[in-house]
Design a protein around this ligand. Structure first.
Ligand code: SF4
Length: 374
């Protein structure tokens, strides 16, 4: 029997480009119609995964909520013609405060969207301005009230930690404001200054001198962790926290190396041992799915490394039995030395047949995970 699949669709339009953003996204909605035609054509022409059951669908961006909602509904109709999507499918959509109208929400519901992810980033207005966000903290609350009034009961709030000019008190403030709203899920990503962004330019020009240092960042991470834990949000991945039963199934699929097919600009897919990604260039609209920026067959070593560095992002870590089933060899045979060292150093634990990072390990996982690459 064919395994279930996850579907990702990228919608690259935003009201304005945020200063820290390196996603394939751009300001304005000039090419919306032509882009959605291209998307639908890419979906219609899909052969390898057609007809399979999609148990997760994720509409990300960009800002999917800044395009007219009928485009989203038509897109979902196209997906339902291609994949088996039921009311049990987790269908998530990203949105940003300041782009959400009440009428649009009923269209999203009609289209089957049952999980929302709201990009708040901070409740500190000064920080929101500095990030180049289009909304204020008040807009977050207004949007939140609309979402709940429309009956959405599975919502994630995104926050960013280690923002320039912010200290522990600011982080605590944003977290507490987020918790007051009682979302089902909270993601807290550390700010990374990526190449090609406005923030990178400012940093290189010496105009961003108030980023928290490493010690402050570590303190912030442990503050985030402890406040969310106290408030019954379980950390299940480095940056993701959920109320009971509310983990994001789609994102779990990435960390567990389940199969997924991505459509749209820059979207990535993993089918069997083939990893491929669409181009991030708008040439996409002329050849949807026809220009790839990456297309490779993973070797057994590549797959083992992915199993480790994706799986160890989860707080439950990885199962040594699953490794053995997947690769026909014991995990200790391949990675014995690394596992032993990270355990002896106090970053990793082994229990119930699973290796996993403890809080100390998760805090510096970006330094520990490369040990599993060949
Ligand atoms: S709203 Fe999101 S995708 Fe759009 S520019 Fe800002 S960070 Fe990037």
């Amino acid at each position: 029997m064919e395994k279930n699949i996850g579907i990702y669709v990228h919608i690259p339009f935003c009201v304005r480009k945020c200063r820290y953003c390196d996603f394939p996204s751009f300001a304005g909605t000039d090419n919306v119609e032509i882009y959605f035609d291209a998307l639908k054509s890419e979906i219609r022409n899909e052969r390898d995964t057609r007809g399979r059951t999609a148990d997760t669908v994720y509409l990300g961006g960009g800002t999917p909520s800044c395009v007219p909602p009928l485009y989203i509904e038509n897109l979902m109709t196209e997906l339902k013609k291609t994949y088996a999507i039921s009311e049990n499918t987790e269908i998530s959509m990203e949105m940003n405060p300041g782009t959400v109208e009440k009428d649009a929400l009923s269209v999203y519901r009609r289209a089957g969207i049952n999980r929302l992810s709201l990009g708040c980033q901070s409740f500190n207005d000064k920080s929101l301005k500095r990030l180049g966000r289009i909304h204020s903290s008040e807009d977050i609350i207004k949007t939140w009230d609309l979402l709940r009034a429309e009956g959405f009961e599975n919502i994630n709030l995104d926050l960013i930690s280690s923002l320039p000019g912010e200290g522990l008190k600011d982080m605590e403030f944003s977290l507490k404001k987020a918790i007051e709203l009682q979302p089902e899920h909270i993601s807290v990503y550390s700010l990374i200054i990526e190449e090609g962004t406005e923030f990178r330019r400012l940093l290189d020009a010496g105009e961003m001198k108030d980023l928290p240092d490493e010690e402050e960042q570590a303190e912030m991470d442990s503050l985030v962790n402890s406040i969310l834990r106290e408030n019954k949000y379980e950390r299940y991945e480095i940056s993701n926290f959920a109320k009971e039963g509310r983990k994001c199934k789609h994102n779990l699929r990435y960390w567990e190396r389940g199969e997924y097919r991505g459509f749209g600009l820059g979207a990535a897919s993993l089918i069997g041992n083939r990893r491929f990604s669409n181009t991030r260039d708008m040439v996409y609209i002329n050849k949807p799915g026809g220009v790839l920026s990456e297309d490779r067959l993973l070797s057994r070593e590549d797959e083992m490394a992915e199993f480790m560095f994706l799986g160890l992002r989860k707080t439950e870590g990885i199962s040594s039995a699953d490794f053995c089933t997947a690769f026909g060899t014991g995990i200790e045979t391949v990675y014995g030395e690394q596992l032993k060292k990270q355990t002896a150093d106090g970053f990793m634990e082994f229990s119930g047949g699973r290796y996993f990072y403890n809080d100390r390990g998760l805090e510096i996982s970006n330094m520990l995970l490369p040990a599993f690459l060949f």
